[in-house]
Design a protein around this ligand. Structure first.
Ligand code: NAD
Ligand code: UDP
Length: 337
């Protein structure tokens, strides 16, 4: 049986999988499922830049070839159109598992898909380290604020969001069971709301909605009274956190998010300041089971991964706006950021 240490050629006497000082790190072979999506494509950029070989596995449900097209022709990059619920045998060192419909509009469209993936089994078979991208949604409508990783959450098991929330909770359970039962090396990230260039323009998430609406001179649609909160993280901070988690010694789960908390009305104001002070706000009925507040406690990631976000909403939003402007109004090559 292959172990992760064996794979990296650093001997089984090294339980952490860390590469000893003085040994040059060889390029790794890494799968990124969902690598043609928003977060995945930014992660792929960083891994390729670091000198690793990357295989993206994506069925293009919400991802786009344009997000990774700039790597076509690079011998260290491969793209496979494939659904992660189906088996696929690949010899790799690390698996970043991001494939999953992540926006409410998409996961409500195809709920069952959220749960199952073949890739935990692949990790066991080839001795790869497996990183699951879970979500702050595992906390549901939280009764603890801010949320620590030790909080078990408050999730409605039969609601319209349950396929996603419970799907990710089940994925965490399976990941930990593979870790305990089959000694697979795993890492779990609980990602809080993330935004940035290459987000799907019309996937219904609040930041992409507001930015696209302001650019198109449409009213910003605030759901409910707009007093519900979220904490918004810029994508480069998340990618840094995911890589530190994968390379580090701790299984997690780790909250990866920016503690800067905003009501949806405050977010609308930041969008107005950034794009168009005259943008109107229009109130719409809220969706069912919408969590009232969400803010990460990131003490654990700070202490154990040496990680914390660096880009505030006011700094990150303009970077996303220029990408959206170019994609909505044309006049540039898609996928760049
Ligand atoms: P995204 O929709 O841009 O990316 C998901 C990618 O997975 C897409 O490229 C899609 O085509 C692919 N995919 C979906 N189902 C697939 C399947 N069955 N087989 C193969 N590929 C499939 O979303 P994202 O925002 O980049 O999210 C990436 C991961 O991070 C997801 O697991 C998501 O749940 C998690 N996450 C994201 C956020 C966020 O705010 N962006 C927050 C919490 C968790
Ligand atoms: N929301 C909003 N207007 C929109 C889209 C979403 O006010 O056009 C609200 C939504 O009700 C929720 C918050 O923004 O309270 C975040 O929604 P999103 O779908 O982006 O993320 P999630 O609910 O998964 O955290």
């Amino acid at each position: 049986k292959f172990s992760y240490q064996h794979r990296l050629g650093i001997g089984s006497g090294n339980p952490t999988g860390k590469i000893p000082l003085g040994l040059k790190r060889k390029g790794l072979r890494i799968v990124v499922t969902g690598g043609a999506g928003f977060v995945g494509s930014h992660l792929v950029d960083r891994l390729i830049a670091r000198g690793d070989s990357v295989i993206v596995v994506d069925n293009f449900f919400t991802g786009r070839k344009e997000n990774v097209m700039h790597h076509f022709g690079n011998p260290n990059f491969e793209l496979i159109r494939h659904d992660v619920v189906e088996p696929l045998l690949l010899e790799v060192d690390q698996i970043y598992h991001l494939a999953c419909p992540a926006s409410p509009v998409h996961y409500k469209f195809n709920p069952v898909k959220t749960i199952i993936s073949f890739f935990t089994r692949l990790a066991k078979r080839v001795g790869a380290r497996f990183l699951l991208t879970s979500t702050s949604e595992v906390y549901g409508d939280p009764l603890q604020h801010p949320q620590k990783e030790t909080y078990w959450g408050n999730v409605n098991p039969i609601g319209v969001r349950s396929c996603y929330d419970e799907g990710k909770r089940t994925a965490e359970t399976l990941t930990m069971d593979y870790h305990r039962g089959a000694e697979v090396e795993v890492r779990i990230a609980r990602i809080f709301n993330t935004y940035g260039p290459r987000m799907c323009i019309d996937d219904g998430r609040v930041v992409s909605n507001f930015v696209a609406q302001a650019l198109r001179k449409e009213p910003l649609t605030v759901y409910g009274d707009g007093k519900q909160t979220r904490s918004f993280q810029y994508v480069s901070d998340l990618v840094e956190g995911l890589m530190r988690l994968m390379e580090g010694e701790h299984v997690g789960p780790f909250n990866l998010g920016n503690p800067g908390e905003f009501t949806m009305l405050e977010l609308a104001e930041v969008v107005q300041e950034t794009i168009d002070p005259n943008a109107r706000i229009e109130f719409r009925p809220n969706t069912e089971d919408d969590p009232h507040k969400r803010k990460p406690d990131i003490t654990r990631a700070k202490e154990l991964l040496g990680w914390e976000p660096k880009v505030s909403l006011r700094k990150g939003l303009p970077l996303m706006v220029s990408d959206f402007r170019q994609r909505i109004f044309g006049d540039h090559k898609e996928g760049s950021s």
